[in-house]
Design a protein around this ligand. Structure first.
Ligand code: GCU
Length: 420
């Protein structure tokens, strides 16, 4: 490569690196790309040819683009203060220690993290972490778990007039299946997403009203921030293996899980379950929920720029495969259900196929499956895929796939480090 070209390239990178959000084009001025844009090409057209370029230029650029054109800015990191609310060292018949802890990272705000850790363990354990829809008290039988006072989704057990009640206690154990993870040797940490930001377009609560008014953020970005603060806390626990944190979430909270992992390398694996449009399905996809529909129904999930793509998704300067690419070389599992066409399971497989070149570029394997695997059969490559019978839900069978996927990769990592 000529000296001039090298200098020119470095000049461009320097420009890209220092480019502020203000310098990014208006959505309408972006070039039209009907196909999924190549993740290995920078916004200015420069091809990424080295790992250094990927790590130092393209990854930061993609992080900026996703926030600027879609999810809004993730609130800033701030120190987490933890207050243990209660502990039960004999949960699940003595198999686990259950703790509920109030985490506060923003003045006048806290959210409650439920943490269950297996008692029988040889060393540190892996931990699943993610938000839930129905609040901690529904996921386990424990009279001490705090019942949230804020707004709750209707149609969950014990919820009346959007308020939780005692009646909901332990009624949704089969959604997170905490005991199953304990039996498999994993810890799990979860919080109610509404404790961070109630899922409402009209009324704000949680952290949103406490953030600087100039910060353009969204509910999904705030929930992902919540995952990051939960990770801050988990890393202070001697029982948790800092190299084995798995981001997990269902549907809109699966969108949150993949965003959280893309933005934070402390999360070793991402499991966005049935995340669909705005998460793991292609925004350019023609099946299931469209960008227009999601923007209209859930305006608070994405920012103002993203609304401008409602009728012209070809102008989005990335697609969801680039969010997966931001997780590379870490393992990512997309899991789905056959009848959940709203989440576009086949389109999600194509997203993994389109992310695969970045994994290969970084020198690791990617998507091992050549086609969508048979129902109920986990394809556990670095880019994993799972689809089962049935509908949109999170169930025991799904968790079995999550646990198998985590086992597969954590064991492999151990073998690699022993070999190496
Ligand atoms: C709606 C929405 C989806 C979302 C889902 C959920 O169906 O359209 O985008 O994933 O809710 O969060 O359950």
């Amino acid at each position: 490569m000529s000296c001039v070209r090298v200098l020119l390239m470095f000049g461009l990178f320097a420009l890209c690196g220092s480019r502020g959000a203000a310098a990014l084009p208006e959505p309408k001025d972006l070039p039209s790309k009907p196909e999924l844009p190549d993740p290995l090409v920078m916004l200015d057209g420069t091809k990424v040819t080295t790992k250094e370029q990927w790590n130092e230029k393209r990854r930061p650029e993609l992080k900026q683009l996703f926030q600027h054109y879609m999810y809004g800015t993730l609130p800033a990191k701030s120190e987490v203060k933890a207050t243990i609310l209660h502990t039960d060292t004999k949960a699940f018949g003595g198999k686990a220690t259950l703790t509920e802890v109030a985490l506060s990272a923003i003045d006048k705000h806290s959210f409650r993290l439920l943490v269950v850790v297996p008692n029988e363990r040889k060393g540190k354990v892996g931990c699943f972490v993610g938000p839930n829809f129905s609040a901690n008290h529904t996921l386990v039988d424990d009279p001490k778990i705090v019942i949230p006072e804020g707004w709750m989704y209707p149609n969950y057990p014990g919820v009346k007039n959007n308020k939780a009640s005692e009646e909901g206690r332990g009624k949704l154990k089969e959604v997170w299946n905490l005991e199953q993870s304990i039996d498999r040797g994993y810890a799990v940490a979860t919080f109610y997403n509404g404790d961070i930001d109630p899922d409402r377009a009209d009324v704000r609560g949680g952290i949103r009203s406490l953030l600087p008014p100039t910060l353009e953020t969204t509910s999904i970005a705030c929930w992902a921030w919540g995952v990051h603060r939960a990770v801050d806390y988990l890393l202070t626990l001697p029982s948790i293996d800092e190299k084995k944190l798995v981001a997990v979430g269902h549907s809109r909270l699966g969108k949150t899980a993949i965003l959280a992992a893309a933005m934070d390398e402390r999360l070793a694996i991402a499991i966005p379950h049935q995340a669909g449009c705005g998460g793991t399905a292609p925004s350019r996809g023609k099946v299931g929920e469209s960008v227009k529909q999601i923007n209209e129904r859930f305006p608070h999930w994405f920012n103002a720029n993203f609304k401008q793509f409602s009728n012209d998704t070809a102008k989005i300067p990335f697609d969801q495969h680039s969010l997966v690419a931001l997780c590379a070389p870490r393992p990512v599992l997309f899991s789905n259900a056959k009848e959940d066409s709203w989440a576009n399971p086949d389109g999600q497989f194509e997203v993994l196929q389109a992310a695969d070149p970045v994994y290969r570029f970084l020198g690791v394997s990617g998507l091992e499956a050549k086609e969508v695997p048979p129902l109920g059969k986990l394809s556990a490559g670095k880019l994993g895929y799972f689809i089962r019978e049935g509908k949109h839900s999170m169930s025991k069978v799904d968790w079995q796939a999550f646990l198998d996927f985590a086992d597969h990769h954590f064991r492999r990592n151990r073998e690699e480090s022993i070999d190496g």
